[in-house]
Design a binder for this molecule. Sequence first.
Ligand code: C2E
Ligand code: CA
Length: 434
Amino acid sequence: QAYHDSLTGLPNRNLLNDRLGLEIHRSERNKLKLGIMFLDLDNFKNINDTLGHLMGDKLLKEASVRLLKSIRNGDTASRIGGDEFTVLLPDLSDPKEIVVVAQRILRVFKEPFLIEEFELYCTISIGITIFPTDGKDQTELLKNADLAMYHAKNLGKNNYVFFSRGLDLQVKQRLETENLLWHSLRENRFILHYQPIVNLKTGNIIGIEALVRWQKSDSGLIPPMEFIPLAEETGLILELGQWVIESACNQSMKWKEQGIHSLYISINISSRQFSRNDFLACVKKLLKKTGIATHAINFQVTENGLLGFGESGKIIRILRDLRKLGIKLSIDDFGMGFSSLNSIREYPIDTLKIDRTFIKGIPHDSSCAAITRSIIGLSKNLGIHSLAEGVETEAQLDFLVNNQCDLMQGFLFSPPLPEPEITQLLMNKKNLYN
Ligand code: C2E
Ligand code: CA
């Protein structure tokens, strides 16, 4: 009992430590390398939380069977806690042997687990250290293998990564940034900038897109592409996203009080937020709290964000629920993903935003021009709006007007601006054409 895990029957952490100590001595004597794998299931927590501990236990048992089947005679698999496993691979003449084993494990875990009536998908991530290169004792070898495993997760899971010097620095920096992001949220170190959306027929501003920035230090603002991906991976996006919605709605209400009417506020929503079951409830709460009218809100979701859902029925349900509330919806970066036109037809959306990469190419690049024309045409046929983003030149503007695009935003009219400047611009009723 003291040396084995009662659920899977595999050696536990105690026995692993003994074995690892012995193997280190042995490989010093034999002058052969020793490999250590640190493994962690990718989807265990999710399955355990949604289907319960009994299913979780069954999955762990099955995982240990698969692990044992994938390793060589003489290798030792242990379970050292939760969904964490290790494998010791002694007598390696070439570290490449370990790659063969790692690839076999990944392959075996890609198959669905059939447990009771469920078909569960649970891949695995693997970090690898080699004695003597990557550590002198048990503690260091395991710690570094764990770090490499963490890196494999960051690279998108279902993956193996060899430890290397410098990896710890990378991981440390990531952790530091993650920590700093959480602090910044508590200390109110995020702000919104606002970019006007213009009607191409009248030249009037009809909406404002809210874009978040991070005041990491006093020396400047960090653009969203440098922290949104990390915020999405770590789950911080849920709280940050709520903050963005609330702040943007509050600002919109302030404009209304200042006599600036009939504008909608357009807010970027990450698919991580969007796919949460409580998203709708959170939105309703914020609507009540800020007092904003639902028709004054537009949510932008990227085309890839929608595709990432997998289950299209669920997306459509959420979109319809939001739409029923009166909230308008845009598909961001349209043309960059691979949605079928049929699914677009089913989405209850108001606007397709033509991705900046296509606008960059018009009017001279013929394929950019063709794609832009097609998206405008598609929007017309669907009875929704087309919005060109990233419009920087008069030539681009002319092309869009000639091809009857409905809306534009871009540096040509105005970059995203901080609060006092944008309010000034709205007060002055700036117009694209005069
Ligand atoms: P996006 O939604 O495609 O936003 C437009 C980006 O294009 C903005 O960059 C904006 O500053 C930039 N832009 C606007 N006009 C022009 C132009 O004429 N030329 C060029 N070259 N660029 C232009 P920004 O603010 O750095 O935002 C980058 C991305 O970050 C956004 O892309 C959006 O996907 C994401 N993002 C921003 N705020 C939020 C947020 O609150 N939540 C989430 N989930 N994502 C956000
Ligand atoms: Ca956007």
